[in-house]
Write a protein that binds this ligand. Structure first.
Ligand SMILES: [Cu+2]
Length: 198
């Protein structure tokens, strides 16, 4: 394609002569098709620039969702998730009163049946310890005493209630009493674990 440099040279020469109007006239009289091409390219350029700024102006802003399905989250679970003391959904436990602390993790991905649920499992704790379940998953879980929802003794020994993602809940080992205890998640009853108080 020699056309662009040809036109460039011609335009520069004409401009050097200081006769811009003559440039346009020459182009219009001699090369109507090439003028049309240039005009189309010019219009495309203008369209592109306008479209760029219009689309930029239409980009949605973060945090603003104009959806008819939008629902505000209930405030209580949000507060629980950020509550480092163990969540308002379970009984308040003074962590500083316990020298012995045992942590059981609710494992990431545990809401999928077949995945490991709690870790360590079985867990063990001395009777003077505070057992804390930490939810490392992205959905709410519980640690509820019993073998499952059908268990008559379910939740009678202990129940953390809902633990939101990144939150935790504690139960004193003393409350559970010595021996091996089954527990499960009321949200996902296939999630089962054991804890032994020694
Ligand atoms: Cu669960």
């Amino acid at each position: 394609m020699k056309l662009p440099s040809f036109w460039l040279n011609k335009i520069i020469k004409e401009i050097n002569r200081g006769d811009l109007i003559q440039v346009v006239v020459n182009m219009a009289t001699d090369n109507t098709d090439k003028i049309a091409f240039c005009l189309l390219m010019g219009m495309a350029l203008i369209t592109g620039i306008i479209a760029y700024y219009l689309f930029t102006a239409a980009i949605p802003k973060a945090g603003i969702v104009d959806s008819i399905y939008r629902q505000e989250l209930p405030p209580a679970p949000v507060a629980t998730a950020t509550d480092a003391a163990g969540g308002s959904s379970s009984e308040a436990v003074d962590e500083s009163a316990f020298a012995n602390k045992v942590e059981v993790k609710i494992l990431k991905g545990s809401s999928t049946q077949g995945n490991p649920a709690y870790g360590p499992d079985p867990a063990s704790a001395p009777s003077d310890a505070l057992v804390t379940w930490v939810n490392d998953d992205t959905v709410p879980h519980t640690a509820t005493s019993g073998t499952g929802p059908e268990d008559q003794e379910s939740a009678k020994l202990f129940d953390t209630s809902i633990i939101m993602p990144a939150a935790k809940a504690s139960v004193p080992a003393e409350k559970m009493g010595p021996g091996e205890h089954d527990y499960y998640c009321t949200v996902h009853p296939f999630m089962k674990g054991k804890i032994t108080i020694t």
